[in-house]
Design a protein. Structure first.
Lengths: 111, 115
């Protein structure tokens, strides 16, 4: 079983739509969680950290369920510029800055 | 903000040659840097952890004699792909974090094509 699993998509949505991505991780002792965004042929960039209490940054909301080992990202009012691959990222227990990446979920927002 | 720079951003080489990729932290010191590899439409896979002043720690399945890592200073780590073959063609990305912050920064990546 992969350490971090994501639905690969692609998700094709119209502008203004709300879209949700899911991610599961296998190591229950994992300590930190993130969503990264990667544009085609570019390096990944941090979108937001994910906290147990849930957190929001503008149109983006991240949720963590430690009991289910499940992470989600919700994007509201999708923009064309949101088109990218979204990577679920986990730092395992004791793995200082050692990021484990999911394969990514591709999002395509169309007019 | 803090920046991690990689060089070269792309390289094409003949099979059998060696290629060196540099990763620099431009305005902070990094005792630890990470090297990832990404094949098309696949996840970033951690290859190794580069430790300043000591040997790198390689992930399972990564050949340490093929992917030589040197972290001679607090701002520079290098990855050398020795005797490169077409199957080594990939996107190589380094990352480094500021000590104590948990914040991680990625280089721009280096796209290697081996003919």
């Amino acid at each position: 079983r992969k350490e971090v699993e994501q639905d690969p998509g692609p998700f094709n949505v119209p502008e203004g739509a709300t879209v949700a991505f899911n991610c599961t991780y296998s190591n229950s002792a994992s300590q930190s969680f993130f969503w990264y965004r990667q544009d085609c042929r570019k390096e990944p960039k941090l979108l937001m950290s994910v906290y147990s209490s849930g957190n929001e940054d503008g149109r983006f909301t991240a949720q963590l369920n430690r009991a289910s080992q499940y992470i989600s990202l919700l994007i509201r009012d999708s923009k064309l510029s949101d088109s990218a691959t979204y990577l679920c990222v986990v730092i395992p227990a004791g793995g200082y800055n050692k990021l484990i990446f999911g394969a990514g979920t591709r999002l395509a927002v169309h007019p | 903000g803090a920046v991690v720079s990689q060089h070269p951003s792309w390289v094409i080489c003949k099979s059998g040659t060696s290629v060196k990729i540099e990763c620099r932290s431009l305005d902070f010191q990094a005792t630890t840097m990470f090297w990832y590899r990404q094949f098309p439409k696949q996840s970033l896979m951690l290859m190794a952890t580069s430790n300043e002043g000591s040997k790198a720690t390689y992930e399972q399945g990564v050949e340490k004699d093929k992917f030589l890592i040197n972290h001679a200073s607090l701002t520079l780590s290098t990855l050398t792909v020795t005797s490169a073959h077409p199957e080594d063609s990939s996107f190589y990305i380094c990352s480094a974090g500021m000590e104590g912050t948990g914040e991680l920064f990625f280089g721009e990546g280096s796209r290697l094509t081996v003919l």
